[in-house]
Ligand binder design. Structure first.
Ligand code: ZN
Ligand code: MN
Length: 471
């Protein structure tokens, strides 16, 4: 099997965080009693006219910019015709010939670039549920605004596909485009994959695994399907181009349908919608709305001395990243990271709690604690203990710390005291300069007495040496 390599691409569908559906004013949120959020437009009644929701365009644009794509000033909507009960119109309105967005690129941790070929806007279909001997249909989801992100077949392993999904998911969440809840189906993906002999350049026949909403099942499905294709090729058989479903329980892929060709969909321009025009002004306006994205934050934090792993953990949820940024302001990245990852994180029991990242203290209150820690006035142990009490009582550190908690003394203050001591004991300074190392000890003793033992003796000695050598 090792003589074959995996070639894989993704089509990622994300539901947009719009209040209304893409072509009508029905509510588009998740859930609701079945078939209560519907109207003549999203159920395809004769004569009902679609009207494009500008919010969907704005969010699509955000996604495109967050993924480094370019924008087509003019794009079109098309009808993708198929007969299936999940879309009562008999066709899906999508963008086929000319999507609003093309040409992005995502860089994986390894440095490998994955091309994004296009992103287009389209409508979601209804939801079918198999029940006792029949199929139930809920059209609440029909017409929910979607973007579809299509990558080039640039990934070479399931792990790379997983990393790409992770990257896209985080970017969309930061940009406020989609909540990307895989378990609710607001982020789903199709994986297309083929196998070829290592060193070959052309692409083999691909199969497509449809509608996955779990990264761990995707990894299993890809592994199974790659193995299946390899063994067929090894036996000299050919791969059939087909659409597959992954059976989670049995861990196999199954044929859904032998792949229809594009012409089966009889695509044609949607006559009821005007061309979509996106001006460069609109693009710039949306660009200004975007927050700083995770990748750029990770880079900035690493430059401030954080490890790659710590930076990634902090960037994994936008609310946490924002809190960290505010509390680290003024050069306290390292101590803020230690306190958040080492103490605050332990209070959250799962990912969804981390996602909200609601704390009972403000970033400014954490920043105050970081300042005390960084200036050496309190120890790491004391600061962790204080932080826990702050979170419990939702109060600032100054309300909790007492005089005796300040075991340290600020460097700038200590430096002044040392300079004074040197000025007042010129004889000792002369002896030290003449080479009598020990002459400095009475000065250290004096500073220690003056600061009532709050200062660290080694630090005092160091500062005294610096003062004398500079003076
Ligand atoms: Zn509707
Ligand atoms: Mn699609």
């Amino acid at each position: 099997m090792s003589e074959y390599e995996l070639v894989c691409g993704l089509e990622i569908h994300a539901e947009l965080l719009c209040e209304e559906k893409i072509f009508c004013a029905c509510p588009s949120g998740f859930g609701g009693e079945p078939n209560t959020r519907i109207c003549p437009v999203c159920t395809g009644q004769p004569g009902a006219m679609p009207r494009l929701n500008p919010e969907a365009v704005r969010l699509g644009l955000r996604a495109a910019l967050a993924l480094g794509c370019e924008i087509n000033e003019v794009s079109f909507f098309d009808r993708k015709n198929y007969f299936y009960p999940d879309l009562p119109k008999g066709y899906q309105i999508t963008q086929y010939e000319r999507p609003f967005c093309f040409g992005g690129r995502v860089t994986l941790d390894s440095g490998r670039g994955i091309r994004i070929e296009r992103i287009h806007l389209e409508e979601d279909a209804g939801k079918l549920t198999a029940a006792d001997g029949c199929t139930l249909i809920d059209y609440n989801r029909a017409g929910v605004p979607l973007i579809e992100i299509v990558t080039a077949p640039d990934m070479r392993s399931g792990a790379e596909a997983a990393e790409l999904i992770d990257h896209v998911r985080l970017a969309l969440k930061y940009a406020g485009v989609s909540d990307c809840r895989m378990q609710e189906g607001s982020l789903r993906f199709d994986v297309n994959l083929s196998a070829r002999k290592r060193g070959e350049v052309g692409l083999g026949t691909r199969t497509e695994i449809k509608n996955m909403n779990s990264v761990s099942f995707m990894l299993k499905a890809v592994e199974y399907e790659f193995r299946r294709q390899c063994s067929l090729l090894e036996r000299g058989e050919s791969i059939r181009r087909e659409t597959l479903r992954y059976d989670e329980r049995r861990n196999i892929t199954q044929t859904m349908r032998v792949k229809e060709s594009e012409s089966d969909y009889r695509f044609f321009r949607e006559p009821d919608l005007r061309p979509l025009v996106i001006t460069s002004d609109m693009v710039e306006r949306v660009r200004r709305e975007l927050p700083e994205l995770p990748e750029s934050r990770v880079k900035r934090w690493r430059a401030a001395g954080l490890s790659a792993q710590d930076a990634r953990l902090l960037a994994a949820h936008r609310a946490c990243a924002d809190f960290f940024d505010e509390s680290a302001r003024g050069g306290h990245e390292k101590s803020a990271a230690k306190l958040i990852l080492g103490t605050v994180f332990s209070l959250f029991s799962n990912e969804s709690e981390l996602e909200g990242f609601e704390l009972s203290i403000t970033p400014v209150q954490l920043s105050e604690l970081c300042r005390l820690l960084d200036s050496g006035r309190i120890s790491m142990g004391k600061s962790k203990e204080t932080l826990l009490r702050m979170l419990e009582g939702s109060c600032s550190c100054m309300e909790l710390l007492t005089e005796k908690d300040f075991e340290g003394i600020e460097d700038s203050e200590l430096r002044l005291i040392c300079a004074n001591a040197a000025r007042e004991h010129q004889a000792a300074v002369r002896d030290y300069r003449a080479g009598k190392e020990k002459a400095i000890m009475p000065l250290v003793g004096r500073v220690m007495r003056q600061t009532e033992g709050r200062a660290d003796a080694a630090r005092v000695k160091q500062l005294l040496k610096e003062t004398i050598e500079e003076g």
